[in-house]
Write a protein that binds this ligand. Structure first.
Ligand SMILES: [Mn+2]
Length: 323
């Protein structure tokens, strides 16, 4: 897609850039990069999201890179005719709130589950949404400020787990482009003092509760825990030498939240999450990383020995794939 077409489409309208709910570093960096790109071409925009930003590392991006984002409570004046550009997500996904404005554009790197007629659509299966935005600057030779280059570099690093997860040569190419223009101190700053005491408690609970079924590692966090942290703990369980698939879940007031990881080609984490939760909840995502949820009102319906039943569902699906 030609990003200049997007700029032309937006002129004369009020523009919102919306990330998925509970935005992660790639979502924030993509939105910030796009906002700067549009501004360089004379289009003002506001970054917005629903949900909470629970990770200290994500919040820290605001001060380190100088990013201004608005929660849904701060954009209550959005109107139907306002334009929304969805980044790092797609309309109709379960992880994004349908705001009143008109979703006319989508820039994302996830597979499409439900088609939507955007006027501008740039969905490429690459390692990070930040890579696509970085490419906009590269393609069009648009001036890329140092703080924006640094944020994009950080977004690419985080979403690809330093090029070890879902990364393509494209991600490395555009990374090299932004890294040349970045301030290494800003990027390094993002890696310091980002662990909170609550993170440590969740790690502790997961370590206490971890158990293995062959190469499959399960861990339950028996208390409220933000999405981003469950995901990090799932990565942590996967990092065990004997684990190739990890399933970590937290019991929250609103329901049970899952994070699934796979490092082997036979097991598609997205498919496993979807099939294992079929009928009691919802799940999906990438081959290597996925999420899922059982809403609170469905949790009671699972009945006694809930953990066993949940595990059984995952084991049955994974074993049917031949593991
Ligand atoms: Mn992403």
């Amino acid at each position: 897609m030609n990003p200049i077409k997007l700029v032309e489409l937006l002129r004369g309208h009020r523009i919102f850039i919306q990330t998925h709910n509970f935005p992660d570093p790639d979502a924030i960096a993509s939105a910030f990069g796009l906002q700067c790109f549009l501004e360089k071409h004379g289009v003002e925009s506001t970054i917005c999201y629903d949900g909470k930003i629970d990770k200290l590392s994500t919040k820290k991006m605001f001060s380190v890179f100088g990013i201004d984002v608005r929660s849904k409570y701060e954009i209550s004046d959005m109107k139907e005719e306002d334009y929304i550009i969805v980044v790092d997500a797609q309309k109709y996904n379960s992880n994004i709130t349908d705001f009143i404005g008109d979703e006319i554009a989508c820039i994302d790197h996830h597979p499409t589950f439900k088609e939507c007629d955007y006027q501008y659509k740039d969905v490429r299966i690459v390692g990070a949404c930040s890579s696509i935005i970085a490419d906009y600057f590269r393609q069009t030779r648009t001036e890329l400020p140092m703080n924006v280059a640094s944020a994009l570099a950080y977004g690419i690093k985080m979403d690809t787990a330093d090029f070890t997860r879902g990364a393509f040569p494209f991600d490395a190419e555009v990374f090299s482009y932004v890294f040349e223009r970045a301030d290494i101190h800003l990027i390094n700053d993002m890696y310091m003092n980002v662990m909170e005491m609550t993170d440590l408690k969740a790690y502790g609970a997961a370590i206490d509760n971890i158990h293995l079924k062959g190469e499959i590692g399960f861990a339950k966090i028996p208390f409220d825990c933000p999405d981003a942290l469950i995901a990090i703990i799932s990565d942590f369980v996967l990092s065990l030498d004997i684990v190739t698939v990890s399933i970590v879940y937290a019991e929250r007031v609103d329901g049970i939240k899952f994070s699934v990881r796979s490092e082997i080609p036979e097991v598609d984490a997205g498919v496993v999450a979807k099939e294992a939760l079929k009928g009691i909840g919802d799940g999906g995502g990438h081959r290597d990383m996925a999420g899922g949820f059982i809403p609170g009102d469905r949790v009671l319906g699972i009945g006694p020995q809930r953990d066993k039943k949940i595990e059984r569902r995952f084991l049955d699906v994974i074993r049917s794939k031949g593991l």
